[in-house]
Ligand binder design. Sequence first.
Ligand SMILES: Cc1cc2nc3c(=O)[nH]c(=O)nc-3n(C[C@H](O)[C@H](O)[C@H](O)COP(=O)(O)O)c2cc1C
Length: 358
Amino acid sequence: MPLLLPSSLYGLARPFLFGFDPEHAHEITLDGLARTQNTPLACAYSAPRVDDPVTLAGLTFPNRVGLAAGLDKNARCIDAFAAMGFGFVEVGTVTPKAQPGNPKPRMFRLPQRDALINRLGFNNEGLDAFLANVQNARFRKNSGGKTPMLLGLNIGKNAATPIERAVDDYLACLDGVYSHADYVTINISSPNTANLRSLQSDEALDALLGAVAERREALATRHGKRSPLFVKIAPDLDEAQVAVIAATLQRHRMDGVIATNTTLARDAVAGLPHAAEAGGLSGAPVREASNRVIAQLRAVLGKDFPIIGVGGVLSAADAKAKIAAGADVVQIYTGLIYRGPALVREAAQALLRDRSKA
Ligand SMILES: Cc1cc2nc3c(=O)[nH]c(=O)nc-3n(C[C@H](O)[C@H](O)[C@H](O)COP(=O)(O)O)c2cc1C
């Protein structure tokens, strides 16, 4: 039985980590997790996983709390996150080739609002290194007969690839990740890669998802398994845009939608230090917009279409509000930075209790 220390330990670690520049703190943390995962030191952040299985897109999610993409872009720490009790972990965004991302500094804390702004720009070591890390992960073997945690692999395009050739990058990534993923996420909503979000508009989305859906059929035949495809969208969309996206997802038989990525809006943080930095805003200030998009999606997609809700989950109550807005399961990024790994179990337990009341 792992020691249940994560909240108290994170209480000690947070002031230390917040003393560093955010990206440096992030690197220190990931290095620590990569070194200690699958060793006795992992007890510092391990917690028993809440057992609350839910079936979505043909997959059994062991519980309803997942790690959002972008925290572990190179898939180095999958086993550490599995030990924290997540029901599912999404790694990436990976691009076909390694790329450095935008110039530093490119990540900022807004602690007054439990928020971050980032303009990392898909800094990552590329598809080959990513797949090597994914293949080294042991969480499936470590699951000890229990339902294994699910692994989502999130794919994008290189900054140097012209937007008209974006489809090539998504197909190259899809080919590479397909057989290793429980689900694949098509990320078309990062604000930090020029023109990426234009892929959400009618014709571009239709062309991208048409090509991806066709390739998935070929890959399903080749590998003898049909991996679900999820599409990750932005919160900065109006109701009409959400409706068009929803219809396009259904037309191309996508298996789910992840709502949402970070926001370009700044009204909730206006006047605070760093608020004027370019990039995507995450954490508490994106919660309302994310919940609005989730509710709109649920209204147009009907009750059975899988929706993964993400954006501003910093407490058990926030996780419950996402489900109430229409999400089936939730993901966390910024909440983990501000609240530490204890949030995973807290949120998963709250959703379990909520269900038992239903
Ligand atoms: C520093 C940082 C990097 C991110 N990188 C990615 C990424 O590579 N791919 C992606 O799909 N989302 C990325 N995201 C977005 C998150 O997955 C999530 O959708 C968003 O932050 C809202 O959730 P949160 O409020 O819980 O952080 C990133 C977020 C942050 C804060």
